[in-house]
Design a protein around this ligand. Structure first.
Ligand SMILES: C[S@@+](CC[C@H](N)C(=O)[O-])C[C@H]1O[C@@H](n2cnc3c(N)ncnc32)[C@H](O)[C@@H]1O
Length: 422
């Protein structure tokens, strides 16, 4: 048997890789979930084990890992990459089964709204573990997008504070995390909507549906139906479906996902984390110095995606003037070469804010990729590393990651883990 030591993980523990393992070794076998396929996932799975105090040896199959010395009770509740530890099934393995879509990572409410550039939720759960975030601590996502971090933190009992410049992102984040507490009220309103359904179907007019939604009191119920409305708008735009049929089908599916979530909370006795989400600018965070226990985020990848154009239709329905809005969206501001210059300036400010609000000795993980502009690669990854280090964040991990599904457009991104100070 041969063991190679591979240095420190963010929790300061050593991890090992075994080339050969004898069948006689003691300890439990930890089995990776069947969807775990990539090298970066194996790397994160190993960091997860270290974060929970395990010593381990990876067997030749790469899917079975011999583990010993860790807290298996806690690990079973929190792991993202393992299906079994010994004969105990992980909670995550049951979470992913609560899925109304064909996509393995769109379980519970993650699927609601087809936002471009969503995080992979399993990776986020793992990173929360690797960064050593415990129940009751607070994690920040200053670019929360579709709310992936908020939902994953909520599931682990970690509190989150989230911002996005876009009201559409704030709405998605709220609905995915908050609606489960208002399921009975949402179902009550669904009866009213169904009573009106025939009238709505005859007219098939977006305006009538919007008027009905606006007749609900402002708050979680109205937010839920507004989200269903925007999902239907997006379906109609992209797939040329009948609007009202798409709306009714989506609402029914969204309610089923909330029922799944409520059942999961009961079955697993989950203590959910709290979420504070609001429209806000990552360049000027309304947070005190050294007030968060971790940061996990994905900023715009230079000028790669036009977040305003992608969601212009939905933003207009939310009453947003998209021309003016462009001036505050990072990566979208300006024209031609000026856009890259403005992006760099904005990211310096955003990194300064992240460093200011993070507690010393804690971790900030940024997922980011290079972009291509007029055939030239813009090296956003190196730029972010350099600028973060200037602001007191030291890089301790740089994990190369495939972007599965977007392989023709963007092939890779990086998971950068920084520690403040150090
Ligand atoms: C890569 S996406 C985040 C995706 C997210 N991780 C998810 O899972 O959906 C980047 C986000 O940054 C937001 N953004 C752009 N400029 C911003 C700013 N000045 N302040 C806060 N958020 C901003 C965009 O609206 C977009 O949602």
């Amino acid at each position: 048997m041969k063991i190679n030591s591979r240095g420190r993980n963010p929790t300061g523990k050593t991890w090992h890789f075994a080339e050969r393992v004898g069948p006689h070794l003691e300890g439990d076998v930890a089995l990776l979930l069947p969807n775990v396929q990539f090298i970066y996932e194996l790397a994160l799975a190993q960091l997860e084990l270290s974060a929970f105090g395990y010593e381990f040896l990876v067997e030749n199959s790469l899917r079975r890992i011999r583990v010993w010395g860790g807290d298996s009770e806690r690990f079973c509740r929190r792991t993202a990459y393992f299906q079994y530890i010994g004969d105990k099934e992980s909670v995550y393995s049951r979470i992913v089964a609560k899925n109304r879509t064909r996509s393995i990572n769109q379980y519970l409410t993650h699927w609601i709204y087809p936002y471009k550039g969503k995080f992979h939720p399993q990776m986020i759960r793992a990173l929360l573990n690797i960064m050593g975030l415990s129940e009751g601590e607070t994690v920040l996502d200053p670019f929360v997008g579709s709310g992936t971090l908020a939902l994953e933190a909520q599931l682990l009992g970690i509190n989150s504070v989230c911002f996005d410049i876009s009201p559409l992102c704030v709405l998605q984040t709220k609905v995915k995390t908050e609606s489960v507490r208002f399921l009975d009220e949402i179902k009550g309103a669904w009866q009213d909507v169904q009573k009106e359904a025939n009238k709505l179907l005859r007219g098939n007019r977006e305006r009538d549906t919007l008027d009905l939604i606006r007749s609900f009191d402002p708050g979680p119920v109205q937010d839920f139906y507004m989200m269903g409305f925007l999902v239907a708008i997006s379906d109609t735009e992209r797939r040329r479906k009948s609007f009202i049929q798409a709306f009714l089908k989506n609402i029914s599916l969204m309610i089923s996902s909330l029922e799944d979530y409520r059942e999961l909370i009961r079955e697993e006795k989950l203590q959910l984390g709290t979420i504070r989400v609001s429209e806000g600018d990552a360049r000027a965070l309304p947070l005190a110095d050294e007030s968060v226990d971790g940061i996990l985020t994905s900023p715009p990848y230079s000028i790669a995606l036009d977040y305003v154009a992608n969601d212009a239709h939905a933003l207009r329905f939310m009453g947003k003037d998209t021309t003016e809005f462009r001036n505050s969206v990072i990566g979208v501001r300006g024209r031609g070469d000026e856009r890259v210059h403005l992006y760099n300036q904005d990211m310096r400010e955003a990194l300064g804010e992240m460093s200011r609000v993070l507690k010393p000795g804690r971790y900030a993980s940024l997922v980011i990729g290079n972009a291509t502009y007029q055939g030239k690669v813009i090296n956003t990854v190196d730029f972010v590393i350099r600028e973060a280090e200037k602001r007191g964040l030291s890089l301790i991990r740089n994990i190369d990651k495939i972007i599965f599904g977007l392989y023709n457009v963007m092939q890779r991104e990086n998971i950068l883990i920084f520690v403040k100070g150090g």
